[in-house]
Design a protein around this ligand. Structure first.
Ligand code: ACO
Length: 429
């Protein structure tokens, strides 16, 4: 068997041999297929990159048919059960698990970069009282590039390291302040005695007490949620980070673009839609009629189906378990019963079985976030905090990858050509 593709161009009758490596051909190799010397080479038309690999990556592996997700080769189930978010962040960034010493240094570094410049605080306070926290987060992360102008020196490994540490460390501070802003409450400074996730909860919910002590089960559940969201290979926001990063801009600007992509309802916003749907269904008795409406094509069962997973999303299984831990502390969210019943019916129903529609990560995550008393606008901010190490691991891989170039897709031009320009004074006379 030869690892190549023979292409016959029926316009010219000419045949071409295109090498296949790693299950892919190089789109540039198709450029040699032309109808004449001056004609443009054959291009690939792929809106949304549904079948185009944009990079080689060793960060995250997904097998959507089998429901497998691995970070640097480690199954998500094991990481969620036995690791911590900061250890997973180290793994994603460095490619391997830390020694005890490396881990302690890493945690120390992240912990001692949680504070932001006071001007960042003034900057955030300038937002309107009802500013969306994702808009605030996106702008604030972008603004950090002006506080760390050295960040543009992306070819220096030590420099990249310090910016990565800063961003992972400061993201919860900015996210929590965006939350407090909307509530008109004073911003809470980081407490470096606390773990990453416990400190985040403190910055969110601390009032007049001298020390905020979150329930350990809630801290752990949120840590697990961060782990589950830490990376998901070339999704829309990661692609945005890579695309903007390919211009060699500083990582704050690149991550800010990723936050913008995540902000969109097709990406980070589905869990909010699940909650709205569950509220609308309202009670178990209404489920059969609701399911019938979905099957008739009137609407979608939100939190079900995925472009990549054609099996149970492995993250959904873990989140379902985390629900139990959280509800033990907060009391059961009445919507859980409806969600469980919906899932049970959908998994047995031929419509969903035939289309391989299974619960995705968003089916249960909104219920947990609500139990924490987060308003829906905050859900995507939590997603962004969890995704930050993944964005940075992918960015770091990008800037060291010799094969990468500035992102610059082709287009198929459909507009007019060579028109004669008539000045306004003549057109309007
Ligand atoms: N409810 C009912 N039917 C569905 C659903 C759903 N949630 N999802 C897909 N289908 C049906 C479609 O109607 C289609 O049926 P048909 O073949 O009879 O026309 C078939 O399943 C295939 O659906 P597509 O839209 O082609 O699948 P695609 O891969 O493009 O879409 C998506 C994936 C967008 C996630 C889709 O399943 C969906 O809209 N789900 C609900 C929203 C959601 O939960 N999004 C979160 C995704 S996870 C994340 O982003 C973090």
């Amino acid at each position: 068997m030869t690892d190549s593709l023979t292409v016959r161009d029926n316009r010219t009758g000419q045949e071409y041999e295109v090498p296949i490596a790693d299950g892919a051909i190089k789109a540039a190799d198709l450029g040699q297929i032309k109808t004449g010397d001056d004609a443009p080479g054959l291009a690939v038309y792929d809106p949304g990159f549904v079948n185009t690999a944009s990079c080689r990556s060793s960060v995250t592996y997904i097998d959507g048919d089998k429901g497998i997700l691995e970070y640097r080769g480690y199954p998500i189930e094991q990481l969620a059960e036995k690791s911590s978010f900061l250890e997973v962040a180290y793994l994603l960034i460095h490619g391997e698990l830390p020694t005890r010493e490396q881990y302690e240094t890493w945690v120390h570094e992240i912990t001692f970069h949680t504070f932001v410049h006071e001007n960042v605080k003034s900057f955030m306070q300038g937002f309107r009282y009802d500013a969306h926290p994702m808009g605030m987060l996106m702008a604030s992360v972008g603004a950090l590039s002006t506080f760390y102008p050295d960040a543009r020196n992306i070819s220096d490994a030590q420099n990249r390291h310090i910016q990565i540490v800063r961003m992972i460390a400061k993201m919860p501070t900015l996210g929590a302040w965006a939350f407090r802003h909307a509530q008109g409450k004073p911003y809470v400074y980081p407490d470096n005695d606390l773990s990453y996730t416990a400190n985040f909860l403190s910055m969110l919910f601390k009032m007049s007490e001298s020390k905020f002590e979150a329930d350990e089960r809630l801290v752990r559940a949120l840590d697990v949620l961060f782990i589950l969201h830490a990376d998901h290979e070339q999704n829309c926001s990661t692609n945005a980070v890579r695309s903007v990063g390919s211009s060699q801009v500083d990582p704050y600007s690149a991550v800010s673009a990723g936050i913008g992509a995540l902000y969109g309802p097709l990406h980070g916003g589905a869990n909010e839609a699940v909650l709205r749907m569950l509220r609308r269904v309202g009670s178990k008795e209404n489920i059969p009629a609701f399911i019938q409406g979905v099957k008739d094509g009137n609407e979608r069962l939100m939190g079900f189906g995925h472009r990549v997973y054609k099996n149970y999303d492995p993250r959904a299984t873990i989140i379902k378990k985390a629900c139990d831990d959280v509800f033990e502390v907060t009391g059961v969210n009445p919507l859980l019963e409806i969600a469980q019943e919906l899932e049970k019916i959908a998994l047995e129903d031929e419509y969903f079985v035939k289309r391989k529609l299974y619960p995705n990560v968003d089916f249960y995550s909104g219920l947990i976030y609500e139990a924490f008393q987060f308003p829906p606008e905050m859900f995507t901010v939590l997603f962004a905090i969890g995704r930050t190490p993944g964005w940075l691991a992918q960015w770091s891989e990008l800037v060291q990858d010799k094969e990468q170039k500035i992102a610059r897709p082709k287009q198929i031009y459909t507009g007019a050509r060579t028109l004669e320009f008539v000045p306004a004074s003549e057109r309007w006379s």
